[in-house]
Design a protein around this ligand. Structure first.
Ligand code: TLP
Length: 343
């Protein structure tokens, strides 16, 4: 199968499995797993933060951050295309009593600065207090677009002025750094907390990391424990994470090159309108024209029969994601199957 539904589908390679088998372990709730400690130290170092905490998933990482930054009845400002808003089962509201205040994400993944400034609550007996702004880099639903360090700094400036915290859902922050050709630490320098995922383009089977100041991470550890995310001999999965950071991180640029090539090959096929003909990272989004003979479900089925899996992010909005297990040859196969089915 050529599985383009997400970069989450990557399976551990034989070399990664070997590292997993050899991992030294201990009880991480006691802070005694040497491999987890090594992963946390290496992650904090890569992102220029004081401390880091290993967590089972990106969703739990974002939720741990939100619950640590915000009290019940407070408000968080975020984009209407944010994963935290769209795809985390309303966890912040359901479990933290945190009210989302959404603002439109622009095509480039940003939220307008004057809009952010406008919606920060002033002190009034009727208002929930604003506590946090959250950004996403890369911005998945805007096409996997990277946000620049400059934009993030501008949002951080507002946060400082208004005495708010800034959290970054950096599930794919290393994709952003690779696309912009910058040091990842520079991209997150201005944020108070950042979560990144090991289980996406980096190819580890499980795991994410939350980074921030030492004091913040110490509090987040309590939150993680409350959510049931305290793990025991987690070194077996942390070892895969360390391998992913050391060996797979440099390969992200290849995924980006393949996504660009896929977009080029799909451009011009009748019925396909690319959101961005030159995607910056590993995601190719396109709309299927409504007058196509082949409906979305039928197309999905026909592709499946030919060994290709695709994802839908809306009725007719298709997302194809390149990752470690997608080869150059697959790009050629996928584009010619699309051409054959749609012409
Ligand atoms: N995204 C998944 C789906 O949930 C949509 C995907 O296939 O892209 N932040 C961002 C920006 C994400 O894209 C995701 C996963 C998460 C957080 C959550 O990570 P997990 O799946 O580890 O909880």
């Amino acid at each position: 199968m050529i599985d383009l539904r997400s970069d989450t589908v990557t399976k551990p390679s034989p070399q990664m499995r070997e590292v997993i088998a050899r991992a030294e372990v201990g009880d991480d709730v006691y802070g005694e797993d040497p491999t987890v400690l090594a992963l946390e130290a290496e992650s904090a170092g890569l992102l220029g933060k004081e401390a880091a905490m290993f967590i089972p998933s990106g969703t739990m990482g974002n939720l741990s951050a939100l619950l640590t930054h915000c009290e019940r009845g407070s408000e968080i400002i975020l984009g209407d295309k944010a994963h935290i808003f769209l795809n985390e089962v309303g966890g912040a509201a359901a479990l933290g009593g945190i009210q989302p205040h959404i603002l439109p994400n622009q095509k480039d993944g940003t939220i307008k600065l004057d809009e952010i400034r406008r919606v920060v609550r002033f002190d009034d007996i009727h208002h929930p207090p604003t506590r946090l702004i959250a950004l996403e880099n890369t911005q998945n639903m805007c096409g996997g677009v990277p946000l620049t360090a400059e934009y993030t700094r501008s949002v951080a400036k507002i946060a400082r002025e208004k005495k708010l915290k800034l959290h970054l859902d950096g599930a794919r922050i290393f994709n952003a750094a690779a696309a912009l050709d910058v040091d990842p630490a520079g991209l997150v320098e201005a944020v108070d907390s950042v979560m990144f995922c090991l289980s996406k383009g980096l190819g580890a089977p499980v795991g994410s990391v939350l980074c921030g100041e030492r004091e913040f991470i110490a509090r987040a550890r309590k939150t993680r424990k409350m959510l049931g995310g305290g793990m025991r001999q987690a070194g077996v999965i942390a070892a895969a994470g360390l391998y992913a950071l050391r060996e797979n991180l440099p390969l992200l640029k290849e995924d980006h090159r393949r996504a660009r090539e896929l977009a080029q090959r799909l451009e011009g096929i009748p019925g396909i309108s690319l959101v961005d003909p030159e995607p910056a990272t590993n995601m190719v989004y396109f709309e299927l024209d409504s007058n196509l003979e082949l409906g979305p479900d039928q197309l999905k089925q026909e592709l499946r029969e030919k060994g290709i899996l695709i994802g839908f992010e809306g009725d007719r909005l298709v997302r194809l994601v390149t990752h470690l297990w997608i080869r150059d040859e697959d790009i050629r196969v996928v584009s010619s199957v699309f051409r054959e089915l749609l012409t």
